[in-house]
Design a protein around this ligand. Structure first.
Ligand SMILES: Cc1ncc(COP(=O)(O)O)c(C=O)c1O
Length: 382
């Protein structure tokens, strides 16, 4: 077996989820605050479009870049929402943001070139980079600073072998949203930005989502339908690349994936064109859940310095309970029957933290808080 895969880590949240399923199989109820998956079903208008597409025979390979109506709908979305002009010719429809990430990083980085990555970060980034044998350097995000990117420090880290900087806003696991000013400054750091914008559309309060393309053309943008449109199982996303990379990416796509699923692309077109009201209703529901979860967690003694502004996560400091977040998550699951994600899943700086997802309903969140409160009281940590 290839030894270069030895350092690919398991996604620890999945270990927790599987342990939770075992408890549920024995008849006990578990509150799920661990998984970053919307509890909503895909909007009916999207499902109907997929059913129509299947009935009309859209069950084949498509053009490797994706069907033109979808790429046009994506381009229109950038113009309408961000005022940015993107050509359908630089959009590659992918089997989820995950596939887009693999295509972008493989086209961007050559031997000896490295990426810059925040710590904490989305758990899979180091594994994508490890799989592609791309080295990376971490820059720390401080909980007390609301996990914002230390822009001057990032600028100082850019060196001759730096090929790019991973940016994720709204962020998993922190819920942090970078401002237009911060994104503009990152775009000036002197390296290519790989911007994972999968949580765009999920911002709350005064926060705004800006695409990196408002500030630079020298960027790869990843996005998808999983989160905003509750379409995780459809495996559909897109990548926007600087035009000179498209030919290479297209060749890799043709060989690795051939194309994204045909009928799912028709469904995605309907999502962008017709499911805006459904997406907004889901966003408002997440905003209500955030208003329940964040004060609730603070009330049971977990530290959240700055309220998260986006995605559907909050990363809370629980180091007064334990500095071993994996052991703590298993203990909370066993004793309180609440699934939470250990901070260590997201990098060494998140050790001592727990990530809570508010992708579950308000009643479940209330019950989860009640159980967690009992757990903290028993652990003598109030
Ligand atoms: C930051 C981030 N990027 C990418 C993904 C994967 O998205 P997709 O379902 O589009 O492959 C996730 C999923 O949780 C995520 O949190």
């Amino acid at each position: 077996m290839s030894s270069h895969l030895d350092h690919i880590q398991s996604f620890k949240v999945m270990d927790i989820l599987e342990a939770a399923k075992e408890i549920e199989a024995s008849g006990e109820h578990v509150v799920h605050l661990e998984v970053g998956e919307p509890d909503f079903n895909t909007p009916p208008v999207v499902i109907e479009a997929a059913q129509r597409a299947i009935a009309d025979g859209h069950t084949h390979y498509t053009h490797s870049l994706g069907i033109l109506p979808l790429r046009e709908a994506i381009a229109e979305h950038y113009l309408e929402h961000y005022g940015v002009s993107v050509s359908p010719a630089q959009i590659i429809v992918t089997t989820g943001t995950s596939a887009g990430l693999l295509l972008a990083l493989s086209a961007l980085c050559g031997p000896g070139e490295e990426m810059l990555l925040s710590d904490p970060h989305y758990a899979c980034y180091p594994n994508f980079l490890g799989f592609l044998r791309i080295p990376y350097r971490l820059f720390p995000l401080e909980e007390t600073e609301g996990f914002r990117y230390p822009i001057e420090e990032v600028g100082r880290l850019v060196g001759p072998s730096t090929r790019g900087l991973m940016v994720n806003s709204p962020a998993n696991p922190t819920g942090m949203v970078l401002s237009a000013h911060e994104l503009a400054a990152l775009a000036e750091c002197g390296t290519t930005i790989v911007s994972d914008e999968i949580y765009h559309g999920l911002v709350y309060g005064d926060a705004e989502d800006h695409t990196i393309l408002e500030f630079t053309d020298e960027a790869f943008v990843l996005n998808g339908f999983s989160k905003r449109y509750a379409m995780t199982g459809w495996r559909l996303g897109w990548l926007i690349a600087p035009p000179r990379y498209v030919d290479t990416i297209q060749r890799v796509q043709q060989n690795l994936y051939i194309s994204a699923p045909d009928f799912a692309q028709h469904a995605g077109t309907a999502a962008l064109r017709e499911a805006g009201a459904d997406a907004e209703a889901m966003r408002q529901a997440y905003e209500r859940r955030r208003a329940l979860l964040v004060p609730g967690l603070r009330g049971i003694g977990l530290r959240i310095t700055r309220e998260p502004d986006g995605a559907f996560y909050v990363l809370a400091d629980a180091s007064h309970l334990s500095t071993d977040s994996l052991a703590l998550s298993h203990r909370i699951l066993r004793e309180a029957k609440v699934g939470v994600t250990p901070g260590i899943d997201f990098g060494p700086r998140a050790e001592g933290c727990l990530r809570f997802a508010y992708a579950n309903g308000e009643r479940e969140i209330e019950e989860g808080l009640r159980r967690l409160g009992g757990f903290c009281e028993e652990a003598g940590c109030r």
